[in-house]
Structure formats: C-alpha cells, structure tokens
Design a protein around this ligand. Sequence first.
Ligand SMILES: Nc1ncnc2c1ncn2[C@@H]1O[C@H](COP(=O)(O)OP(=O)(O)OP(=O)(O)O)[C@@H](O)[C@H]1O
Ligand SMILES: [Mg+2]
Length: 360
Amino acid sequence: MVEVILKNVKKAYGSVEVIHGIDLHIEDQEFCVFVGPSGCGKSTLLRMIAGLEDINDGEIWIGDKDVTDLEPVDRGISMVFQTYALYPHMTVRENIQYGLKVSKTPQDEIDRRVADAAKNLQLDDYLDRKPGQLSGGQRQRVAIGRSIVRKPDVFLFDEPLSNLDAELRVYMRIEIARLHNRLDSTMVYVTHDQVEAMTLADKIVVLQAGRIEQVGSPLHLYDDPDNQFVAGFIGSPRMNFLPGKVTAVDGDSTSISVDGANVNITLTQNSPSDGDDVTVGIRPEHLGVDGQGAQITVRPDVTEQMGGVGYMHTYTAQDIHVVAEVKGRIAASATEAEQIALSFDPGQAFVFDGSGGRLR
Ligand SMILES: Nc1ncnc2c1ncn2[C@@H]1O[C@H](COP(=O)(O)OP(=O)(O)OP(=O)(O)O)[C@@H](O)[C@H]1O
Ligand SMILES: [Mg+2]
C-alpha cells in the first residue's frame, strides 16, 4: 500500500506563505492530478512530496512512513520534469540506467530493467542514440524510462508534456495512461491542461493561491463543482457566467432574472434571498438554438466549426461573452443574424452566490 498523505502542509518563501495548510489523501495506485492557474503552488506541492523543498509545517507520509524529514532518495519516489534534463553526452541507455549505476545495482538487473522500460516505452530502437538525435516525445519517454527503472513507489510528474506539440501530447497522454494501467503505481501529476486532467485522473485536486478548492473525480468536479472557480476551471470551453438577480423565492423554487429572462431554478439546500445578486453558470453544451426552455438574447460574433460540433461565440446586451456548443453544423442563418435566442434547461444551470460559493 503506497498512499501519499499530506497533513496540514505549509510552505513559505521568506515571510510569504505560498501553501496554506494542505490536507490531502492520495490512495494507493491512484492517478492524482493537481491543476490550477499559474503560481497556485502545484510544483511547490509536488516538490515538497519529492523532498526537493522543505516544508514549514505539517507532515508528509508515503506508505506507512513519515517522510517529512527524509532526503529525496529515501522517499521511494521518482520525478519527471517538464524539461527532460537528460545528459546530452550519454546515450539513451546510459541516461536510463544512470540512477541504477549510481546506486550500484548489479549489471544484469540493470540490463533487465532497461530492456523492460525500453519495451514499455517503445524505445528499443533508440537505446544507442544520444538525446540530441531524438524528437521531443522520444526524449520525454527517455526521462520517463529513467524514472521507471528505479521502480519507485510513487511517480511524480511536473507538466511532463507541456514542451511537446499538440499531436505528440495526445499520443504521450495515452502512453502515460497505459503506463499507469501496467505499473499499478501511485502517480501524482501536475498539469495546466484541462484535457490531461480530465482524461488521466482518478482524482483531481483543484488548487488556487496555495489552497485546495475541491478534490474529486473528473466527472464529479464537472457535474457538481463546489464553487464558481472550480466550475470555471473544469470544462472546455469553460462555463459561461451570467449575472442574475433573485426576484422571488418560494420554497425550493428560486426565480432569477438573467439577461432580461426570468428563470426558475430549484435550489433545495441553500436558497438565496429575494434581491440577492447571483451568478448563473451555463455550460456551452447546455446552450442550444432550439428554443426549448429558458432563453437569453445574444448577438453572434465568431463561429468555430470543428466538424462534429461548432462553437458560437456571442455577446449579451451587457457585452458578456457567451459560448454555445452546437452539435453538427451551425446554420448560416444563425451566424448572420443580428440577434439570436440561446435556450437552456434551467435544471442544468448552476447558481453561485456573490462570493462564488455554489447554491444547490
Ligand atoms: N524559490 C522561490 N522563492 C520565492 N517564491 C517562490 C519560489 N518558488 C515558487 N515561489 C512562489 O510560490 C508560488 C507557487 O509557485 P509554483 O511554482 O508552485 O506554482 P505552479 O502552480 O507550479 O505554477 P506554474 O503553473 O506556473 O508552474 C508562486 O507564487 C511562486 O512565485
Ligand atoms: Mg509549476
């Protein structure tokens, strides 16, 4: 069992605290992804798990060991960075086996593990090349290979695919998913990329400014975000947010005026009060042009036709950008109109209070 447990972990650089008391439980064999905007503390958190950064308070446990004061080499982890950090003068084989040589692993064992990793990562044909003779994706695979051969209990990845072009990213993303299936190891993975987070994670940790906003499975965060930040962060294109005002509350039924339309939304847990300013969130795929349900009036701007779906970029009378996802092709009549009505099912809308908390 190799769980990773953070207990009230804090980090300050000088007098500036950047991680404010994080509690987190990553299960054995789980694929846990940290996401959040630049500077929110993803790398710092990962580096603290790795032991590359001291912590100012709290504890870090890996498996049944308190590793808070252990050196990186004693933690049973291995880290893959965004910059592959390969030795340019060494061959692929020498790069992959470097750590094992240093730790005086017997050569036959080294050969076995290198062959295994090379097979897993489809690097067999490149073992005698130097990194300079490889593509970016191949170099990143070498960096991952170097990590695999050490048989760590926990793999730590810091944006390993962000230097790759779009096509290679998709390919390597699938490779990493396969690797996780094959190795059954606990993995902690940092990314900015929404799609990587959604597709790879068993559990996503959404961070903002050194705090956890929400933890959950990708679809849980997508379907049931706790606040406007998570709602806006998870999902691509992102959720549309429209200002609304509560016009009446009758038991579970809340009437909200949104862009001139009056919308009835059922809120059973925490109702707002009459007159409250709220934000109504509607995902692009929940906006249609079929006239069913509640409606807002917008003026079409740019459209993006992807083939299977299209995205209509529009603006409300108050100049709020609203994106609607349309299945199939977007009709010219819709894009050329001065104004169109976008419709949605109020049951699929999200409501947030003035401070961004979710009303359910
Ligand atoms: N060595 C350092 N000294 C001072 N402040 C630092 C140091 N390293 C990081 N920070 C600060 O800590 C905060 C978290 O940084 P971190 O690198 O963890 O962010 P991140 O979420 O990984 O961002 P990115 O997505 O840009 O990689 C930032 O505000 C950053 O400026
Ligand atoms: Mg980072």
